[in-house]
Design a protein around this ligand. Structure first.
Ligand code: NAD
Ligand code: ZN
Length: 359
């Protein structure tokens, strides 16, 4: 038997952000009246703010997404909300890409659970549901809008791990493709490719099953439409990618990733490379594991004329090579999914080094 938690309801279509006021009436029925908005700092000063129904009891917090979320950063936001809103929080709304959506999901959970963000990194550790949460993606690809995790760097433990729980799933989504029109081309491609990579990893793994596969196949088909077309950011393609992202998130919520994500996490721990560009850098070196898909990935990159950072692992010390190895093979679940229980006999330190050296 498989039990899957999905988003409660979602609104979809250009201009849907106008429905947010109605969406927020529901949680306000329980007594609290305030709403805290976590908005990507890109929108500070933009006219998107005028389209959010911010009232007198509400607070807007801009999330600096220069770096990916950390457990300490999330704890600081929780303290700020507690101080500013004094318990009067009916809903948490996240408006942004994966980093902002993850931040809002984690804060919502921590407002109703004791302790710190780091206490809940892992699987199914939260005792209580969070505050009603609404996700409004402005960048498509990570699937954070559909998934049951919120990924945070834990600097003390040198670990990047999610708060995986049914309680991490958004209660409502507002999927408005108008909001992704301003995304820079490279970012749009790198983040969109996260969906492609989630799906090919899920399909190639041993945990695959009909439900996850169905999401993956459909999301991949949409990704091909978008990234093999002439204008990946047309209105129609932005709509398609928004749906693909949600489906990719649902696919991965039902299965596991594979070899790409652990290597990308290695880059992230050692060089602070962002998740999506990191995945693309790794994908380009994955011929041994996903030969056909790597060819297609390169075709898409060429079609869209997107550059990749090169020689990212040049001139490393032995200690850095060791860190890269350790922070890659620590991701046992996806590596077992992709390569089996004995994955360390395939991913020996020399082999891992040789793969990183190609990037
Ligand atoms: P992001 O949220 O880090 O944002 C990337 C950049 O895009 C930022 O500079 C941001 O300001 C900008 N941006 C966002 N929307 C924009 C818009 N409409 N116009 C112009 N600029 C815009 O990017 P991401 O790739 O969506 O998310 C990466 C994060 O997602 C990582 O922290 C990763 O760990 C996380 N992630 C989470 C899940 C999950 O299931 N929870 C899955 C994969 C990745
Ligand atoms: Zn990913």
């Amino acid at each position: 038997m498989r039990i899957t938690k999905t988003v409660g309801q979602y609104m979809f279509g250009a201009g849907t952000i106008g429905a947010l006021g109605d969406v927020l009436q529901e949680p306000k029925k329980n007594g609290a009246t305030g709403v805290v908005y976590f908005v990507d700092h890109f929108f500070n000063g933009s006219d998107l703010l005028d389209r959010l129904p911010v009232g007198a009891d509400d607070h807007v917090i801009f999330v600096d997404t220069t770096d990916e979320p950390t457990t300490d950063g999330v704890d600081a936001y929780v303290d700020q909300v507690k101080q500013q809103m004094d318990g009067n929080v009916a809903a948490v709304v996240g408006v942004g890409g994966g980093a902002t959506l993850d931040t809002s999901k984690a804060v919502s959970n921590l407002l109703n659970n004791p302790g710190k963000a780091a206490d809940y990194q892992g699987w199914d550790l939260l005792p209580n549901p969070g505050v009603f949460k609404v996700g409004i993606p402005t960048l498509s690809g990570t699937g954070a809008e559909g998934s049951r995790t919120s990924v945070m760097m834990n600097q003390e433990k040198n670990l990047k791990l999610g708060m995986n729980s049914d309680y991490t799933v958004f209660d409502r989504l507002v999927l408005d493709p108008d909001l992704t029109a301003s995304v820079p081309r490279d970012q749009y491609f790198y983040t969109g490719m996260d969906t492609y990579i989630h799906c090919i990893e899920s399909l190639a793994g041993s945990y695959k099953h009909a439900m996850a596969d169905a999401y993956s196949h459909q999301a991949l088909s949409l990704c091909r439409d978008v990234f093999l077309s002439d204008d990946m950011q047309s209105q129609e393609n932005r709509e398609k990618l928004m749906i693909a992202s949600y489906m990719g998130g649902s696919a991965i919520g039902n299965s596991f990733v594979g070899v790409v994500h652990p290597f990308s996490a290695g880059l992230s721990m050692v060089f602070h490379t962002h998740h999506c560009v990191g995945n693309c850098i790794v994908m380009n070196a994955m011929d041994d594991f996903y030969a056909t898909e790597v060819k297609e990935f390169r075709q898409m990159m060429e079609r869209q004329d997107i550059p990749l950072p090169e020689n990212v692992c040049g001139n490393l010390t032995n200690a850095q090579w060791q860190d890269l190895y350790d922070s890659t093979v620590v991701h046992e679940k996806p590596l077992i999914n992709a390569l089996g229980d004995d994955f360390k006999s395939i991913l020996t330190p020399d082999r891992v080094r040789e793969i990183f050296a190609r990037m």
